[in-house]
Design a protein around this ligand. Structure first.
Ligand code: HT7
Ligand code: ZN
Length: 879
């Protein structure tokens, strides 16, 4: 497979002003008639041929302005239809046959159970008909669908329904028209036997929008949360960004078989059922929050993605980074800002930093790819959102809003670039983002090294800051980034006023204890004056930049920040840093064959957190959660991470805290019990999180507490408490403790696929030695289906990604299992195959495992018929 380069971008030779599509949906096959109103682009001199993309299509007929073409007037191969000598303007009609029933890739038009649905981003439209399948070709779509009215009573596409009639042969025909020009990746079609929940939203301008959520009849009771989330996001986008909805209909359809979370097709969002349906018995508290965030994310795309779209797929972060930033701010506004930030930073530091340090590292705006599906990454999404957040920090909220207004107004209806976004921000604010642009072009996670000194006589405090960034594939050296370093200084009695040398004292404002230093050189010095005592620096507040911070915090300083800093993120981060240091001690002790000794400072810090009733429950739970095994591995140098040692040390620290804080944990657990029926709202979510955490510590410390887990399981009226109890039994008990409850859970919830997926994940992430065999057995269980990405992720993805000790078994059996599944999926669903493979690409990180991991990669590399998706990951990992 070939590589596509950003530097080779050229504007399309043809425009498609209008696209008329007609679908005849059938049980054996579907016929697609397209009529493309083509216009040669004025920028293209000469008479370039028209090259349309198409894959897995059976071409039946081609006509220009109603003249059917003879076969030698065009050429077709596996990927294209090429037509020479087209007039400057014409209507090209193409008739193709496709087989959605056999389409297991879940791209293009496919069947999920009995329902037809589409997924066109990034390049799925070419599996529907021949087209200029690129985001900078924007067209007005008119779609007719004919289908059996009994099997498919619901027939949907983008925009407005203009006609609905019964044909002479009894089939039903509908006509949809979307007035907004759009690239084909935003096209959608759904046909099925679905029911809907309906509500409405009145925009600030008075437009009455009909909101419909289509699901299978059995799921009608699971739509309320998503509908509420949609209404909240619509209001939020009006209030915070001044963005209004622009059509009279907004539809969401829930689909079981779906490669990712959801898709923002214009006015017809399609959602993975796992990202839209909610019920206390099938959805965890986290799940409720995730649904709200994803509904918001897809809705926000209506402006950041649809009205203003991407010129080419290298610009993907233009819509994804910006929209993730928008959804994160929405979640922060409707929930707890600090907790949301902590969750996002945990993901970024665990998984995105790993991506940045691995063989697939790429800039937020990549410069080359083999398969674009491999670039829907944490770097493009999460780091991309951090880049937008830094612009927000540098400009301030008001100028950022001016910038976004200018961006939407300037580029409405266009397909643009990351550069256009940055320029709008600059033009609206007057801030020069010249050097800042390096965040878009340079890959890798910068390291920010901070050292300090205090001069008591001069009352000055100096921060010496230096930055560097490790080499990444194709980028051996890096130029300095612009790093906003939000900070404060903690003194004995609280935050100290901040004044840099050279600043007038009267420049101080009432809120002068927090500021953002702009670090834009390899080395920089910041001297604060009038500092009356040696402070503890509070650095990278709110995680103001996606960097690794290196400052030699003492444990006492970490405890001070943890308990007293103004910034919630820094308090949490200090708790993490302290726990990381203590787990590091225990690793060293275990490696030396010594008994683990857990630093009393950590015990005291945890005890005070448990005693502090003034803190938000969710925040206490986050602060008491020890850093995860994958994060701890990520902190190690290449070739050093020892999964067994990390696991043992973390478990020993957790057990010691459970023993040391036993009374407090028991007291808090009891106090947090509630007789109220389940509600998935902020305080209650926090209460359950903290209560479950207490149970986990107690059960880890002493199996006698498993009785509490059993009692919680019996009493629970929701999945969150049930799963937490089951997890304790599964992790800290023996087979006698978990076998029967796991079986009982299956029997109770076997008809609820989404609940059963949690059951699969739990069993794939257990610590017992039998887990790999269990995963194999479960792959043959009726609850598993290799064609369903949710199930693959829940079982095999969870095993490889969340069970490091057993995935990295010394005998290589974990790698072999993953390799087998990847091999099977390579043929049926390459997109999922490549995603699943990711843990193997990290082979350089692990001590003593690199060879076996590479051997599995090499076995895959040698397979005949490797998809571009898997080929790209395997070949880049091995090079
Ligand atoms: N824009 C979408 C990205 C996407 C996708 C979604 C579902 C299935 C396959 C997909 N390929 C790409 C989702 C989003 O970021 O909103
Ligand atoms: Zn998105």
């Amino acid at each position: 497979p070939g590589t596509i380069y950003l530097k080779d971008y050229s504007a399309p030779a043809f425009l498609i002003n209008r696209t008329e599509l007609h679908f005849e949906l059938g049980e054996e096959h579907t016929i697609v008639h397209s009529r493309l109103h083509l216009l040669r682009s004025p920028e293209h001199a000469g008479e370039p041929p028209l090259v349309l993309q198409g894959q897995e299509l059976e071409l039946l007929e081609v006509a220009i302005d109603r003249d059917v073409l003879v076969e030698d007037a065009y050429s077709v191969d596996e990927d294209t239809l090429v037509i020479d000598k087209l007039p400057e303007q014409c209507v090209l009609s193409v008739k193709t046959r496709i087989r959605p029933q056999d389409n297991s890739s879940l791209e293009g038009l496919y069947k999920s159970h009995t329902m037809f649905c589409t997924q066109c981003e990034a390049e799925g439209f070419r599996k529907i008909t021949y087209y200029l399948d690129r985001p900078d070709v924007m067209s007005v779509f008119t779609v007719t669908i004919t289908a059996d009215p009994v099997r498919y009573p619901v027939l949907l596409s983008n925009g407005n329904l203009l006609e609905d009639r019964t044909l002479d042969d009894g089939r039903r025909q509908v006509l949809w028209h979307d007035p907004f020009p759009k690239p084909c990746y935003l096209f959608a079609l759904v046909a099925g036997d679905l029911e809907c929940v309906e509500d409405q939203f009145t925009t600030a301008s008075g437009r009455e929008v009909c909101l419909r959520l289509y699901v299978e009849a059995k799921d009608l009771g699971k739509c309320e949360h998503a509908m509420g989330s949609l209404q909240r996001s619509m209001r939020w986008d009006e209030e915070v960004y001044g963005r209004m909805y622009d059509l009279d209909i907004f539809n969401i359809v829930a689909v079981d078989d779906f490669n990712m979370g959801a898709m923002e097709n214009k006015s017809l969002n399609i959602f993975n059922t796992s990202c839209v349906l909610c019920d206390p018995n099938i959805t965890t508290d986290r799940g409720y929050q995730r649904v709200e965030a994803i509904v918001a994310h897809e809705y926000f795309h209506n402006w950041s993605g649809n009205r203003v779209t991407c010129r080419d797929w290298f610009q993907l972060s233009l819509k994804e980074g910006f929209t993730v930033f928008r959804d994160a701010e929405f979640s922060a506004d409707v929930g707890s800002r600090t907790v949301k930030r902590v969750e996002d930073v945990t993901l970024l530091r665990t998984a995105q930093f790993a991506e940045d340090a691995g063989p697939m590292a790429h800039p937020v705006r990549p410069e080359a790819y083999i398969e674009i599906n491999n670039f829907y990454t944490l770097t493009v999404y999460e780091k991309g959102a951090e880049v937008v957040r830094m612009i927000h920090t540098l400009l301030g909220a008001e100028d950022f809003r001016r910038g976004s207004d200018l961006y939407f107004q300037r580029h409405d209806g266009q397909a643009v670039t990351c550069e256009d976004f940055v320029r709008a921000m600059e033009d609206a604010s007057g801030v020069d983002l010249g050097q800042f642009r390096r965040w878009y072009s340079q890959a890798g996670t910068p390291l920010l090294r901070v050292r300090d000194s205090y001069d008591e006589d001069a009352q000055t405090y100096v921060l010496e800051v230096s930055q560097s960034c490790p080499p990444t594939p194709g980028q051996p050296g890096k130029q300095p980034f612009v790093i906003p370093l939000a900070m404060g200084l903690l003194g004995d009695a609280g935050n100290l006023p901040l004044r840099l040398a050279g600043e007038e004292p009267d420049a101080e404002t009432a809120d002068n204890t927090h500021r953002v230093l702009v670090v834009d050189q390899a080395q920089q010095r910041f001297e604060f004056v009038g500092v009356g005592e040696r402070p503890v620096p509070s650095l990278l507040r709110g995680f103001s930049a996606p960097v690794r911070l290196d400052y030699p915090f003492s444990r006492v300083a970490l405890c001070q920040l943890m308990s007293r800093d103004d910034d919630g993120f820094v308090r949490w981060d200090s708790a993490q840093a302290l726990a990381t240091q203590v787990i590091g001690d225990v690793q060293a002790q275990l490696a030396a064959g010594e008994a683990p000794q857990v630093d009393a400072l950590l015990l005291e810090a945890c005890a005070s957190l448990l005693e502090d009733e003034s803190l938000e429950h969710a925040m206490v739970a986050e602060m008491l959660t020890l850093p995860g095994e994958n994060y701890l591995a990520e902190l190690c140098e290449e070739g050093v991470a020892d999964v067994d040692l990390i696991h043992a040390a973390r478990a020993a620290v957790q057990a010691a805290l459970g023993v040391g804080c036993r009374e407090l944990l028991l007291r808090r657990y009891q106090a947090l019990s509630s007789a109220r029926p389940y509600v998935a709202e902020g305080d209650e979510i926090g209460r359950r999180a903290l209560r479950n955490l207490c149970l986990d510590y107690l059960a880890c410390a002493d199996a006698a507490h498993l009785d509490m887990a059993r009692a919680q399981y019996q009493a629970a009226d929701n999945l969150t408490e049930r799963l937490a109890a089951l997890r304790c039994l599964a992790c800290y008990g023996g087979e006698g403790d978990w076998a029967a409850p796991l079986q009982a859970f299956y029997e109770d919830w076997q008809d609820e696929t989404l609940a059963i997926n949690h059951w699969l994940t739990l069993q794939a992430t257990m610590p017992d030695a039998g887990v790999l065999d269990r995963v194999r057995t479960l792959m043959a269980h009726p609850a598993f289906d290799l064609r369903n990405p949710n199930k693959v992720r829940a079982l095999v993805g969870a095993f490889a990604g969340q069970n490091p000790v057993h995935f990295h078994r010394e005998d290589g059996a974990g790698y072999a299992l993953l390799g087998e599944v990847v091999e099977k999926l390579n043929a049926s669903n390459p997109q999922i195959a490549a995603r699943l493979l990711t843990p193997l690409t990290r082979w350089r990180r692990y001590r003593g495992r690199g060879e076996a991991m590479c051997a599995e990669l090499e076995r895959l590399a040698a397979l005949p018929g490797l998809s571009p998706d898997v080929y790209e990951l395997v070949s880049k990992s091995l090079s």
